[in-house]
Design a protein around this ligand. Structure first.
Ligand SMILES: Nc1ncnc2c1ncn2[C@@H]1O[C@H](COP(=O)(O)OP(=O)(O)OP(=O)(O)O)[C@@H](O)[C@H]1O
Length: 270
């Protein structure tokens, strides 16, 4: 789905060139779930914006959804196939009600009017917003807006959805709901790039990439990252209780493969 080879991106800052991406190598296969993390300003948003054609890389090669992104003619097609859901989805809504908002996406895809209502109903049901179909968008909560943004991506038939720190402004229940919804879409075949700073979301991801200063410094499984790499300590990560208990068990001699990553792993142990 994504093939980035030696990708670089420079931004101009006054007289200076700022190297934002510095030789990124990354492959994301169709149907994969990859979590991407890194400190503020390390280049996560810039990287994902190159993936859907919003930002043109300065150097290296990049293809997305089978299209070469070094060629500007492919940018529009890539933007349709790879959709972004932002932290603050307000900027992503066009209609005044959820129904209307999704209708815009379907209209863009040339879906006949007669089919539209059925599709709108199905999409709103899928994201748990059927009961708010005709409500004023301004009255939706942050989590509901995220759901609407996801439904709009699905209306556009996105092959891949990139979630850019979507849970950072939600309460714990809202975070869990959106994360679960994204997992369900992934299980149904959507490729997912999940950008987050939350450790518990990393530990529940099959593959994790860590960025630092425009480079990918780790790309692998979360178990190795949390239990066999120096990075969590080096980067000063605040580990959730499950991983804290896991480290305690590790210090007692437990093998890496038996250590808990999630709360349900821990329940199994207890
Ligand atoms: N349009 C731009 N022009 C100039 N510099 C930019 C631009 N966009 C981003 N930058 C700079 O590029 C660097 C990387 O920013 P980016 O937003 O990609 O990081 P990030 O990891 O997503 O950060 P955050 O977690 O805070 O969103 C930062 O130093 C930022 O100031």
């Amino acid at each position: 789905m994504i093939q980035a080879h030696n990708l670089t991106l420079m931004f101009r800052d006054g007289q200076q060139e700022l190297p934002v991406l510095q030789g990124i190598h990354l492959q994301i296969k169709r149907g994969e779930w990859l979590a991407l993390t890194g400190a503020n300003g390390c280049g996560k948003s810039s990287l994902i914006r190159t993936f859907n054609g919003l930002v043109m890389p300065t150097g290296g090669s990049l293809s997305a959804a089978g299209l070469d992104l070094n060629s500007p003619v492919n940018r529009k097609a890539v933007k349709e196939r790879i959709q972004l859901v932002f932290q603050n989805p307000e900027s992503q809504t066009i209609g005044s009600t959820p129904s209307e908002d999704i209708a815009f996406g379907l209209e863009n895809r040339g879906i006949p009017r007669i089919e539209m209502q059925v599709r709108i109903d199905r999409l709103l049901r899928k994201v748990g917003l059927a009961h708010k179909a005709e409500d004023d968008i301004a009255s939706l909560s942050g989590g509901e807006r995220q759901r609407l943004a996801i439904a709009s991506c699905l209306a556009l038939d996105a092959e891949m959805i990139i979630f850019d720190e979507v849970t950072s402004m939600l309460d714990p229940a809202g975070r869990r709901d959106i994360f679960t919804l994204a997992r369900d879409l992934w299980k149904q075949g959507t490729t997912v790039l999940w950008v987050t700073q939350r450790m518990e979301e990393l530990s529940e991801s099959p593959r994790v990439a860590v960025m630092e200063e425009g480079k990918i410094i780790y790309d692998g499984d979360p178990r190795t990252l949390f239990y066999a790499s120096p990075l969590p300590d080096k980067l000063g990560w605040d580990l959730p209780p499950v991983l804290g208990i896991g480290r305690l068990l590790q210090s007692q001699g437990w093998a890496k493969e038996n250590l808990p990553l999630t709360e349900s792993d821990l329940e199994g142990i207890l």
